[in-house]
Design a protein around this ligand. Structure first.
Ligand code: HEC
Length: 139
């Protein structure tokens, strides 16, 4: 059976509204975002500010105070959070990808672009990169 509607849809609407708009969870991160360089130097000041923002927002509810991925919400719900204190969990992300995921959200995670400025998100990325490595997950 032919699907003229679907074909028309592809031809007419792709790029305008997107026929099968997918949730953030499945959106591929654009290459320019992957390659985006972190403009905020990683130093004591930016890491401290990132830590403050991480605590002041609700990140820890899911990701845990120390990034272990076992925040109070993640304990109740089966969330796909990762233990950021293990080097391999963040190693395959670029800073650009981390920043994009924080701004746009992914899966169960909400996007933060209305709550944090891009600069604040880079500071959070710097903080995440500084999270203590190793040890058993505590929170
Ligand atoms: C409601 C729970 C929740 C909150 C609140 C939340 N996250 Fe997440 N976050 C998740 C989940 C679940 C994932 C994994 C998503 C997936 O891969 O499907 C995730 C993934 C991420 C990732 C991608 C790297 C990875 O480990 O998958 C980053 C970066 C991130 N979160 C940062 C943050 C920051 C920073 C905040 C606060 C500004 C925050 N998150 C708030 C649930 C949350």
């Amino acid at each position: 059976m032919s699907r003229p509607g679907a074909v028309l849809c592809v031809f007419l609407f792709v790029g305008i509204i997107g026929c099968n708009g997918k949730p953030a969870a499945e959106t591929k991160i654009p290459q320019e975002e992957v390659d985006r360089k972190n403009p905020v130097p990683s130093n004591a000041a930016s890491i401290a500010e990132g830590q403050r923002l991480y605590g002041a927002t609700d990140c820890a509810l899911c990701h845990g105070k120390e990034g272990g991925g076992r925040g109070v919400l993640a304990k109740d719900v089966n969330m796909n959070t990762h233990d950021w204190r293990k080097p391999e969990s963040l190693a395959h992300f670029t800073d650009g990808e981390l920043s994009y995921l924080i701004l746009k959200g992914k899966g169960r995670m909400p996007g933060y672009e209305s709550r944090e400025t891009p600069e604040q998100v880079w500071q959070i990325v710097n903080y995440m990169r500084s999270m203590p490595v190793g040890g058993a997950p505590k929170s």
